[in-house]
Design a binder for this molecule. Structure first.
Ligand SMILES: *Cc1c(COP(=O)(O)O)cnc(C)c1O
Length: 427
């Protein structure tokens, strides 16, 4: 058990406590005013799950209501011609510009990440005839692994599994050792969903290309929180969620990216009218659209694409007022502060940090492990402290740069400490 007396500085003056430090960090935060742009939740005192479901912006609540009356009710079917039809590509371009470092014409919105993964992986395999292996890692998100297992069975491909350190993630050397003349595709997460490890996307992409393989990056835990420059990294394919750090709301459709010069050589298996070359010709045969539209399938989820636009506005505004590095800087400071508090308040109780300590190797969440966390989590949620739980015993603290305050981190870690102490006290 640790002492309850506050740590003492060499000068003899008592060090500031966690709450004072959090207040000082919030006061110095150039993005602090953006927190006002999100709708508060009546009973939540620390929302630490912005990596799983971003909070709604105030603007989105208004936009959704306005859409129902001004667009759906009044424009009716005319809305398709006026703007809805183009929305998957128009918003795709916006996501590309704001969050992916992607020039226009390469990003689309539609389906879930799972379905986009399926479409792009199938397309990539067909574009590398004679190559039979897909490189993937055991730490990747379940849906990524499951989709790949399904495709491998369907197409007779082989999955070559990398086994990264679970507290970190896939290294360039591991990929270099795994790729070869059989490799069609490498599928990895840029930020590992459990550890928060930030992979070295550019060199990994390069070693895959050197072997003649394509690369697909899953950006679910990256877009909106960590710098991504797909064009500069020469990435082939990417996919990612919009309901996490892009605050699109529960089940908002995902984005996909296909590099411009690859599009003509890549087709996808869910051949629907919305991805055809002339959707309203109602012709007898499918021919894929010449542009990135070919990766769409059916009627776009227009309502699901509304809210993410407001988060894109806020991310642009944050960059304009505080500099292009401001969002990443805040993310690094939030996760750094969380780790400082974890070391101070939770490690002495037997909690283990399961995320990279090097900020350059970390996304915007940190995971901590303790055998009692499965019992702690419902008690935290009941107090309005909301991280999430990842098996076997991980608590994930997801810190969304524009909506999370340092005070929330402090309130959250102190609540975890109090609840853990109570949960592990002998009866
Ligand atoms: C959240 C997440 C998903 C979720 O995919 P859905 O199709 O939206 O359910 C997929 N991959 C990764 C890496 C994720 O973090």
């Amino acid at each position: 058990m640790t002492s309850t007396t506050p740590p003492v500085r060499p000068s003899g003056a008592p060090a500031a406590g966690p709450a004072e430090r959090a207040a000082a960090l919030d006061a110095a935060d150039p993005l602090t005013r953006f927190r006002e742009e999100f709708v508060p939740s009546a009973d939540v005192v620390a929302y630490l799950d912005g990596n799983s479901l971003g909070r709604p912006t105030r603007a989105s609540v208004e936009r959704l209501a306005r859409f129902a009356t001004e667009q759906w009710a009044s424009r009716l079917i005319r809305g398709w011609d006026e703007s809805w039809y183009e929305l998957p590509l128009a918003i795709g371009d916006r996501i590309g510009e704001t969050a992916l470092g992607a020039a226009p014409g390469q990003t689309f919105v539609g389906d879930s990440t799972t379905v986009i993964l399926y479409k792009l992986v199938r397309g990539a395999l067909d574009a590398r005839p004679g190559r039979t292996e897909i490189v993937v890692d055991t730490g990747n998100f379940p849906t990524d692994r499951f989709v790949l297992q399904g495709i491998a069975a369907e197409r007779g491909a082989t999955l070559r599994w990398l086994s990264p350190d679970p507290d970190a993630g896939v290294t360039t050397d591991q990929v270099a050792d795994a790729v070869g003349p059989e490799t069609a595709l490498v599928v990895l997460s840029h930020v590992a969903y459990r550890s928060g490890y930030l992979a070295d996307a550019e060199p990994i992409t390069r070693v895959a290309h050197d072997a003649g393989a394509l690369v697909l990056w899953d950006l679910c835990h990256s877009a909106g929180a960590v710098p991504v420059t797909l064009d500069a990294w020469d990435v082939d394919l990417a996919a990612g969620c919009t309901y996490k750090y892009l605050n699109g709301g529960p089940g908002s459709p995902a984005f996909g990216y296909v590099r411009a010069d690859l599009q003509a050589a890549l087709t996808q298996p869910i051949q629907g009218w919305m991805g055809s070359d002339a959707p309203f010709e109602m012709g007898p045969e499918y021919a894929p659209h010449t542009g990135v539209r070919r990766f769409l399938s059916g009627t776009p989820a227009v309502v699901g694409m509304l809210a993410m636009q407001d988060m894109l506005d806020l991310l642009d505004e944050a960059g304009n007022v505080a500099g292009s590095d401001a969002v990443r800087d805040k993310s690094v400071r939030l996760t750094g502060f969380a780790l400082d508090l974890v070391d101070e308040l939770l490690v002495p109780l037997g909690v283990r940090v399961a995320s990279p300590r090097d900020p350059a190797r970390r996304g915007s969440h940190v995971t901590i492990d303790h055998a009692a966390f499965e019992r702690v989590i419902p008690r935290l949620w009941a107090q309005g402290v909301v991280p999430d739980f990842r098996r076997p015993d991980g608590l994930r603290l997801g810190l969304s740069p524009l909506s999370t305050s340092f005070a929330e981190v402090q309130v959250g870690v102190e609540a975890i400490r109090a609840t853990l102490l109570d949960e592990t006290a002998s009866p």
